[in-house]
Design a protein around this ligand. Structure first.
Ligand code: NAD
Length: 369
């Protein structure tokens, strides 16, 4: 099978890290008999500069047809004053909307060599491997009515609406249970059913999906505030956490920071399954932004982008062996003591973006031998 990948490098360090991912893809094509077609297009500020739109219809069409989109990052100070529809981030929002990317997967994984980089005690994070599944297209960020209104007395009132339907909860629950099946078999579902109606619905629908489709797995309900506390108290008790858009926004950032730097953290956003092919649309991206402060200096850590591609191998291409190979190559270079600036520790060797990717390719060579 040939996998059709679309690269959208974007702005700032986006192109610098994406070009290193391209090298890993080309290595796999050459050494592991995996067949890829690679296309590339503009998004964000780069697209605004050339086409006056954060993503063109043509690029959007390619994204819709691709087996997976590999996204870099968008944004930068030169576009900060742009009107709302001319902001670089609108490109990413359109991708999420048109591709119906409703499930955001954020692993929090602690590599042995970086145990000391966490703000928590090493024994709490060593071996940590959590997956946070966040509902991405519903909830309070989108619910209507929403807005700020000026009242008769001149004071103002603001409204946001938290809204979930049966189907929205069931489909994200299925994503979490499917993942748990391939992992330790345990899902924590986080909501606020003690104070929110959407929390009650969420709990009931997740329970229903579990009872009817995934009885062999373990399901635990947890209040979202308790989940936040448990994540810093004893994070290794979790395997998969599924939660709504708002709580997921907060809990996934909290979990991510347990493991150190932004430059290390991948993510996946999965969409609805295509009725004909049965495949899910998908976009993979490092969670960091365009880092204008270090852009163009060959300082960015390419590991988050490389690990995002490993997620693409695992979830879109069903290629666990090569996903694990790429992850083990990353782990090996960290064990060798190589560090980009963001994860630098005393006594380790500071390397550039390119040198880090060179080392990953060398580790791949060594492992494939
Ligand atoms: P950022 O993630 O770009 O950078 C935060 C800090 O982390 C910076 O000091 C940066 O140098 C560092 N950093 C980030 N990634 C790194 C890497 N791979 N290697 C080494 N260091 C790294 O966040 P920010 O500064 O808040 O935002 C900068 C721009 O990025 C803004 O325009 C923002 O809107 C945009 N942004 C885009 C996305 C996205 O494309 N998905 C996400 C977040 C922010």
């Amino acid at each position: 099978m040939t996998a059709n990948l679309l690269l959208l490098p974007g702005d700032g360090i986006g192109p610098e890290v994406t070009v290193q991912v391209r090298r890993v893809i080309e290595w796999l094509a050459k050494n592991r008999n995996v067949s890829f077609t690679l296309d590339e297009d503009l998004v964000g500020g780069a697209s605004l500069t050339k086409h006056d739109t954060p993503i063109t219809d043509a690029a959007m069409e390619k994204a819709m047809k691709a087996d997976a989109v590999l996204f870099g990052a968008v944004g930068g100070p030169q576009w900060d004053r742009n009107a709302f529809d001319k902001k670089p981030e609108r490109g990413l929002l359109r991708l999420r909307k048109d591709m119906e990317l409703f499930a955001n997967l954020r692993p929090a994984l602690c590599f042995p060599a970086l145990t000391d980089a966490s703000s928590l005690k090493p024994e709490l994070v060593s071996g940590l491997d959590i997956m946070i599944v966040r509902e991405l297209t519903g909830g309070v960020y989108f619910g209507e009515p929403r807005g700020i209104e000026t009242l008769a007395d001149g004071s103002r009132k603001a409204v946001d609406t938290q809204l979930y339907t049966t189907e929205e909860v069931r489909r994200i629950a299925r994503v979490a249970f499917d993942l748990a099946r391939k992992r330790k078999g345990e899902v924590h579902s986080a909501e606020k059913s003690n104070v929110m109606h959407t929390g009650v619905l969420w709990r009931e629908e997740v329970t229903h999906v579990h009872a009817t489709e995934y009885r062999e797995l373990k399901l635990q309900h947890i209040l979202a505030d308790n989940a936040a506390m448990q994540l810093v108290r004893n994070p290794k008790q979790f395997d998969v956490i599924v939660t709504d858009n708002l709580f997921g926004d907060i809990l996934s950032d909290e979990a991510a920071m347990l493991t150190g730097s932004l430059g290390m953290l991948p993510s996946a956003s999965l969409g609805a399954k295509d009725a004909v092919s049965g495949k899910s649309r998908a976009l993979y991206e490092p969670i960091h932004g365009s880092a204008p402060d270090i852009a163009g200096q060959n300082k960015a850590n390419p590991i988050a982008a490389v690990l995002s591609f490993a997620m693409c191998l695992r979830y879109s291409l069903d290629d666990e062996a090569n996903a694990a190979l790429v992850e083990s190559a990353v782990s090996a270079v960290l064990d060798q003591g190589l560090r980009t600036g963001d994860i630098m520790q005393p006594g380790k060797q500071l390397v550039s973006t390119t040198q880090m990717a060179d080392a990953i390719l060398k580790a791949l060579d060594a492992k494939a031998r």
